[in-house]
Design a protein around this ligand. Structure first.
Ligand SMILES: Cc1cc2nc3c(=O)[nH]c(=O)nc-3n(C[C@H](O)[C@H](O)[C@H](O)COP(=O)(O)OP(=O)(O)OC[C@H]3O[C@@H](n4cnc5c(N)ncnc54)[C@H](O)[C@@H]3O)c2cc1C
Length: 485
């Protein structure tokens, strides 16, 4: 029998290994010879591949944040759903941590949420088939990106009702955190537009669930931060959409005026999409931009005066632009290409996304902005927009208990030397928000402990912990966010 190894020695051993065939539970070691340990257990046979090469492990030890680096021992490139089931059963039996990751170019987590120290990362990008598109729904693998789904539904005049700003994100990864965008005021988040899921639990059991069938698992997985199972397939809602989008942007000198107009617009619903931003003002401070979009059929443009005539922005700043629905929805893509070409995309991203109670939003957002400089942002955007609490039904997407909630995001691009300072700022901002009844978004980069998560879920914590015990009793799934230490 082999002697117990430290993680360092067994990772060193892996580097030299040509093929890994077995695992020794007592030594916590992977073996290239199945008879190298008396308790060696052969790896399950797979349709896909388990990758152990240093480059594959290094890729899985990074994310869009470039702040946290946790190195797995293997990356599963599943060839089938059965592979995920086999690996989860194996991992559950031997208490090996596992997490899903959308390794499409890179995972979009910013703080190690999808990384798995000394465990197995499942690269969901290898299961990315759109199985079916019908009148009002699409059945997709979790590794499908929203942009691919939209490309397939656009020729049919259909779209998911709600989408994130950046749509080059995986369906499984976004459904695990929530998924918010400018349609949230009407359609809620991505998680509010799912009809069915297929999930493999931490015990390796494949369960098909919906609001009426295994409803507890269905509700837990949506916004459940990967804690209860790996989502392998989803049936997501589609609606009919006109082919064109007219986008209006304009500036407000004062935050409260932007917010007053935004709240009027989510109440009367005259637009299909509504967001807002803070931008550096000439001479210092911030100026506030509204972004409102009306979808329309080609040849039937909306009435600009009827849509914007009673809004209080500075009239000379109004811009009106017509795009196809697809190009509007994929509007971030050219910016991403530009940021990649100048190296900014590759910088660390200590992002903080917050849900602010409507009653506190003006003073909280203003006070954070008063303490934030353009240098703190590195050119990254600041998002400010309201939505209705009632539109979000997924229980574990924790939100303030008020009818109107603001998304407030500081999407920072930071050179490495200032990352620690900005993370400390994020933490301080979060603590003020928490004391006002606000919540963080799971996708944020905020130093957080298990006790913080307990506090975050509040009255929902016992239910969250109970479901964890039911579906992942050995707590092997998704250790990255450190919810269960
Ligand atoms: C440029 C950019 C723009 C963004 N814009 C928005 C936006 O407008 N709105 C918004 O809401 N968010 C936005 N996000 C955040 C994004 O929604 C999160 O990062 C989310 O995690 C999706 O990323 P992903 O698909 O890369 O998943 P990953 O980062 O790989 O995974 C996210 C979490 O889900 C888990 N996971 C992944 N796949 C599965 C699965 N199949 N089953 C179970 N768990 C799984 C992971 O372990 C991890 O904990 C943006 C992020 C970036 C980088």
């Amino acid at each position: 029998m082999t002697q117990p190894q430290t993680r360092r020695t067994f990772l060193a051993g892996l580097t030299a290994a040509s093929a890994i065939l077995a695992f020794s539970p007592s030594a916590r070691a992977w073996l290239s010879q199945p008879d190298a340990a008396s308790d060696a257990v052969c790896l399950p046979s797979l349709d896909g591949q388990l990758l152990f090469a240093p480059d594959d492990l290094a890729a899985a030890a990074d994310d869009f944040g470039h702040i946290v680096h946790q190195t797995p021992v293997a990356v599963l490139l599943p060839g089938s759903i059965d592979d995920i089931r086999a690996i989860l059963r194996f991992a559950n039996a031997h208490r090996i941590p596992v997490g899903g990751m959308s390794m499409i170019g890179n995972t979009h987590s910013v703080y190690g949420q999808s990384q798995v120290e000394a465990g197995i990362v499942i690269n969901m990008a290898s299961l990315a088939t759109i199985h079916e598109i019908d009148e009002d729904s699409a059945l997709v693998d979790a590794g499908v990106r929203w942009i691919d789904l939209l490309a397939a539904t656009t020729p049919l005049g259909k779209s998911p009702p709600a989408l994130t700003d950046h749509i080059d994100l995986s369906i499984g990864g976004t459904l695990s955190v929530g998924g918010i965008g400018g349609q949230a005021f009407r359609h809620g988040m991505l998680v509010d537009n799912v009809l069915e899921l297929e999930i493999i639990t931490g015990k390796g059991k494949l369960i098909a669930c919906s609001p009426t069938h295994h409803a507890d698992l269905f509700q837990a997985a949506l916004g459940g931060i990967g804690q209860f199972g790996i989502i392998v397939r989803a049936r997501v809602r589609l609606i009919d959409v006109p082919g064109m989008a007219r986008r209006y942007t304009a500036l407000y000198p004062a935050l409260v005026d932007l917010m007053a107009d935004q709240e009027k617009l989510i109440d009367d619903g005259r637009f299909d999409y509504l967001e807002g931003f803070a931008q550096p003002a000439e001479g210092g401070g911030w100026v506030y931009q509204i972004e409102a979009v009306k979808y329309y059929a080609a040849g039937e443009p909306p009435d600009d005066a009827a849509l914007t005539g009673d809004l209080t922005f500075a009239p000379s700043t109004l811009t009106v632009e017509d795009l196809t629905h697809f190009d509007f929805t994929n509007r971030i893509a050219p910016l991403v290409a530009l940021l990649k070409s100048v190296g900014a995309w590759q910088l660390p991203h200590p992002w903080i996304d917050m849900f602010v109670p409507g009653s506190e939003a003006a003073s909280f957002i203003q006070s954070v902005l008063d303490q934030t400089t353009p240098d703190d942002m590195g050119g990254g955007p600041i998002l400010i927009y309201p939505f209705k609490r009632a539109a979000v039904t997924a229980p574990f997407v924790a939100l303030p208990d008020e009818p109107t909630v603001y998304l407030f995001s500081l999407l920072r691009f930071a050179p490495p030397p200032v990352v620690a300072t900005l993370l400390a700022k994020n933490r301080a901002i979060y603590e003020t928000l928490r004391d006002l009844g606000g919540k963080r978004y799971a996708a944020s980069g905020i130093p957080f402990t298990s006790a913080d998560w307990h506090d975050h879920f509040g009255a929902l914590w016992p239910a969250f912990a109970h479901l964890k015990h039911r579906f992942d009793p050995r707590r092997i799934l998704t250790p990255g966010p450190a919810i269960f230490d």
